[in-house]
Ligand binder design. Sequence first.
Ligand code: FE2
Length: 293
Amino acid sequence: MIPTVELGIQPKVTGFFDQSSNTISYVVQEPAGRACAIVDPVMEFDQAAGRLTYESADQIIAFVQENDLKLDWIIETHVHADHLSGAPYIQERIGGKIGIGRHVITVQDTFGKIFNEGTEFQRDGSQFDALFQDGDTYCVGAMQCRALHTPGHTPACMVHVMGDAGFVGDTLFMPDGGSARADFPGGDAGELYDSIQKVLSLPGETRLFMCHDYGPGGRAIAWETTVAEQKKHNVHVGGGKTREEFIKFRTERDAQLVVPKLILPSLQVNMRGGEVPEDQDGNMVLKVPVNKL
Ligand SMILES: [Fe+2]
């Protein structure tokens, strides 16, 4: 079995910041070769107009093509609730397999009920090309990668380790941002703490790449840090904060947070692997269930 983190293997990581959702998507290139993975691509949605656009995904596609890369995987760290996935749009144009955590079936079951989906909505994860379990490995060219199950923010969250780089999704924010909320259906602050400890148990030099950054206190947007930095300075879990302290803090903070602007469209699309649901005539349509969340 390969170690979880291979510090000697250093993929080239390029971040793409989507201003509309404060999401960072990544292209991760194997160190010697043309293979790459894309992590958490975005599709823009203007909710007032009901209009989809693809600026961010087009930028990533152009990068892959200009650098003559071969796309092996499109990785979703979890079912995002704040932006729509650009994975199918990218796959249609430049290939790659779409992978997510196996527990997406729990998310599909929960939100299948909330959105009162019919039987045509499969709750078995079949919309994705691969469903990862904790510790599963896959390859980007010659670089072996590993998926770690890190529930808490959502039940299906995974951290993906590629060489010396970890893509943490919403398990952690930058040290001055702390951690993501744990109050969505299926979320759990205690589980999130345990998952964060799992990430912090990786070697200190492991590079960590965030899925979101909001530039707290007006600092410039940033997305890369290390395990050692998080351990020392993370404002929610650093400096040896206990599980109990974290649960109390996280629960009180979450009670004050507003619902993400795009949660309703995001969940309907992302639980389908990024496909927009259609009515019986093939028109793309989204529901607004009232008083259900
Ligand atoms: Fe999230």
